[in-house]
Write a protein that binds this ligand. Structure first.
Ligand code: HEM
Length: 139
């Protein structure tokens, strides 16, 4: 059961977080171009896959409770970082993209920086998931 939940958790992370990372990273660069026809699609990918990404913490929490590691420091840190990344995406990056689509002047450098922080947060969470510092279970 744990193996199934962990597989679904990792699959959800690859399928949902991957596209958001790529589309959100491309968005600021495309705003600088004369031809901005790709912007609505990039925004849509970010929005739709962000929603699908809810499956990642859902299966993550199920895996954690199945393993009995819900109280571990590495996991609590990961949950906090995941929440921070999700909030950054939902409350800052997606609304900024919407403003760009509506014609508002949002500096691409600012959007690029926010997206970079978002990507970095995922990278830290993935390292925590694999290294699990302080964990005495498994390798
Ligand atoms: C609320 C957030 C999360 C929780 C509760 C959670 C929970 C877990 C748990 C319990 C494991 C199993 C670790 C073990 O085998 O002992 C795991 C593995 C993993 N998680 Fe998460 N996770 C969360 C978020 C994320 C995110 C956001 C990503 C990627 C972007 C991610 C990627 C992974 C990967 C790649 C593994 C496999 C690591 C391995 O088995 O070596 N997780 N997660």
């Amino acid at each position: 059961m744990t193996k199934l939940l962990l597989s679904l958790h990792v699959l959800a992370a690859i399928i949902a977080i991957g596209p958001v990372t790529v589309a959100a990273s491309m968005f600021p660069a495309v705003t600088r171009r004369a031809d901005r026809t790709g912007l609505p699609l990039l925004h849509r990918i970010c929005r739709v896959y962000a929603t699908l990404g809810i499956a990642v913490p859902v299966f993550g929490l199920a895996t954690a409770s199945s393993l009995g590691v819900l109280g571990d420091a590495w996991l609590i840190t990961s949950i906090a970082l995941t929440a921070a990344a999700a909030a950054l995406l939902a409350l800052v990056i997606l609304p900024a993209q919407r403003r760009v689509l509506a014609g508002a002047p949002v500096p691409p450098a600012r959007l690029g920086m926010l997206t970079g922080i978002f990507n970095l947060l995922w990278a830290v969470v993935v390292v925590l998931m694999i290294v699990r510092p302080g964990s005495t279970t498994g390798a």
